[in-house]
Design a protein around this ligand. Structure first.
Ligand code: SER
Length: 650
């Protein structure tokens, strides 16, 4: 039986264990990815490790271990149940061409059983079933190795071939699944991987939180029609880690072996801690204890008192822990990019606190507890304590001054409208249509600081929907107008810095596509940096570009500029974006909509009148005819396999 341990103790135990096994402990990277413009946040442990998985030598050697801070913005709306958080730590151990399946599985088993003292009868393991079309065979080795390790403990377990149909039968503890479950790459299943992307089969580890099925979790879940199995997602079996055997690279429709066989292990620290402490509610972990006390004290309500209270407390705990770390990594609340997420999280926490009856300053006190809990592992939190607290205080009080008024305004919008005809004293009640218009939602944002999802949530609680399309259009129009306004301020009609940056942003899309056209589709964006004076673009490519190639890229771009192609933004589902051939890394596994910018009228990649289609947050010019002449001023290597271009618009 496992004994209770704090989350900090488990992290330390993991890192020490791998150190004992020859690994070097490396610190967590920042939550803001370095040299990777494709995602706003670091969302998995492997993200900072991609170059090393592809073969670049890691400066600290072939075997390393870490605990990586992660933030998944796409999970904001999942928070509220007992296991989703936006911020989490991912424990990782890495072999860059050193040990492989046998070494990893044995080390991991010993860690779970001997160090954490988890009960083997509550553990389940899954392995890749294989795919003939891809030419990748079933991972018998891993399955049989887990089985052997059970046997060494005197436990006979068998392997399930078809858990999705048969459920768990007899003494099965190991199961085969297809690529939807047991294949890992940043972009998901093999079919969705772009050229050159690394990936491989994986072996996942699950913990059974309800072995006697006392809580009847499955029966109460939306999956109750099916038989329960480790991957059925009902909440009884929770994934606590994933051993990825990262050994392939996508080439055409097939896979080639990478130069080395890698291991990428990632395990959610909080979930492992929940398993060790045998409590499936992540928000019952020790790291939330002090923060929870504050919420209970200030609201005079108990955690778990009822569903609504529990939900609100979980949202607040999650969001304030996330912003403590995000501000610690230098992202303050604001209106753009990463900063807007911080703003949304704080405002959402404040609005849920109102539901708990907390109407006084509280975010600062809660953040203090997180700084205290994590400061030994994450020293920057202590160094940034004052900044974190003062940014929270500012953002909270700014929002609080308009929150009450905004809620009143919201009630007015959604309440029954009473019409009093002039000629009579009779009052007629007309129920308000069930939609909040885009104008109303935009006004709630502009005048009361309500991020769209706050409006959406309030609307949902009242069974009303929001016209998001109109809202987005107005927001876009507004930001175009404010850009024009700022341009107008410059004497002689010269564009301001913001406008130049926007132009370079659009030019970056042109460059990305032009490089792919000239050098081939293996070119993938690795980074981008824009100033009002120039653009800088890093991309995966092995050789120095020739003068002819550079000239071709310039000519191609300038030809498009001469055609004055329009730039069109659309918000579409990830599936549609992929189907239409948009560029960009689809790391957002769970998100719903993405913005896609097209340059040219055509809709899909390959259409004659479409030059580029790319996932992006903007902003962009409306028509590329205004860009001027594109010129490459430098082309150089940044690291092995990565080139850098600096270019200007003249
Ligand atoms: N790459 C895997 C994941 O993020 C394991 O680290 O889940």
């Amino acid at each position: 039986m496992s004994v209770p341990m704090t989350t900090n103790e488990i992290r330390a135990k993991y890192l020490e264990y791998f150190k004992k096994n020859g690994h070097i402990i490396v610190p967590s990277s920042s939550l803001v990815p370095e040299n990777d413009a494709t995602t706003l946040f670091t969302g998995s442990g492997m993200q900072p490790m991609v170059p090393y998985l592809l073969g670049q030598p890691h400066p600290l050697g072939k075997v390393i271990t870490d605990s990586q801070k992660c933030f998944r913005a796409q999970d904001i709306e999942e928070v509220g149940d007992n296991r989703h958080t936006t911020f989490f730590e991912m424990l990782g151990n890495w072999s860059f061409g050193d040990y492989f399946k046998e070494g990893q599985i044995t080390m991991m088993w010993k860690f779970l059983i001997e160090e954490l003292k988890l009960d083997p009868s509550r553990l389940y393991f899954t392995c890749f079933k294989g795919n003939d079309e891809l030419g990748i065979s079933r991972d018998n080795f891993s399955a049989e190795h887990w089985q052997k390790l059970y046997k060494e403990k005197g436990i006979e377990v068998s392997i399930g071939e078809n858990p999705e149909v048969d459920g768990i039968v007899g003494n099965q503890h190991i199961f085969y699944y297809g690529e939807k479950k047991n294949w890992w790459s940043r972009t998901g299943v093999p079919a969705n991987m772009p050229e050159g992307e690394p990936g491989g089969p994986d072996s996942e580890m699950f913990f059974d939180f309800d072995p006697e099925n006392k809580n009847k979790i499955h029966e109460n879940s939306k999956y109750k029609e099916n038989l329960c199995h480790p991957n059925c997602d009902c909440g009884r079996y929770v994934e606590i880690g994933n051993n990825v055997f990262m050994q392939y690279k996508k080439v055409g429709n097939k896979f080639e072996e990478l130069p080395q066989q890698n291991v990428d292990f990632g395990g959610g620290l909080e979930r492992i801690s929940s398993a060790v402490n045998d409590d499936e509610d992540i928000f019952n972990l020790d790291v939330f204890d002090e923060a929870k006390k504050i919420l209970i004290e200030k609201s005079r309500k108990g955690y778990g008192a009822d569903e609504k209270i529990t939900f609100a407390m979980r949202v607040i705990l999650d969001h304030l822990r996330a912003v403590t770390f995000l501000i610690g990594d230098g992202i303050v609340p604001g209106n753009k990019d990463q900063m807007y997420f911080v703003r949304r999280l704080v405002r959402r926490a404040v609005r849920f606190a109102r539901d708990l009856g907390i109407n006084e300053s509280f975010t600062k006190d809660v953040a203090q507890t997180f700084i205290d809990t994590y400061k030994n592992e994450y020293k920057n939190l202590e160094e940034k304590r004052e900044v974190i607290l003062s940014e929270l205080e500012k953002e909270e009080s700014k929002f609080r001054t308009t929150l009450e008024k905004g809620i009143k305004q919201f009630e007015k919008i959604t309440k029954t409208v009473v019409v009093t005809p002039n000629t009579q004293t009779l009052k007629i009640s007309i129920p308000k249509p069930t939609v909040i218009t885009g104008i109303e939602a935009f006004d709630l944002l502009q005048s009361y600081g309500f991020p769209l999802e706050v409006t959406e949530e309030l609307a949902k609680e009242r069974g009303v929907t929001v016209d998001i399309e109109e809202f987005e259009r107005l927001k876009e129009e507004h930001s175009q107008n404010s850009r024009t306004a700022s341009v107008g301020k410059f004497k002689g009609g010269l564009g301001g810095d913001g406008e130049m940056e926007t132009k370079y942003h659009t030019a970056t899309h042109l460059l990305h596509q032009a490089l792919r056209t000239v050098l081939g589709d293996t070119v993938v964006q690795k980074g981008s940096n824009i100033t009002p004076e120039r653009l800088r673009f890093d991309f995966a490519y092995d050789e120095k570009m020739t003068d002819v190639q550079k000239k071709k890229v310039e000519d191609l771009i300038n030809e498009q500029i001469k055609k004055s192609l329009p730039v069109i933004r659309e918000d579409i589902s990830i599936d549609e974006a992929k189907a239409r051939g948009a560029m960009g890394l689809f790391t957002d596994k769970y998100g719903e909509k993405v913005s896609v910018y097209r340059i040219g009228e055509g809709k899909n990649r390959g259409d004659a009148n479409l030059f580029s289609i790319e996932m992006c947050g903007g902003p962009h010019v409306e028509n590329i005819g205004t860009l001027g002449t594109f010129k490459i001023i430098k082309e150089e290597a940044v690291s092995q396999g990565v080139r850098r271009i600096k270019a200007v618009l003249e």
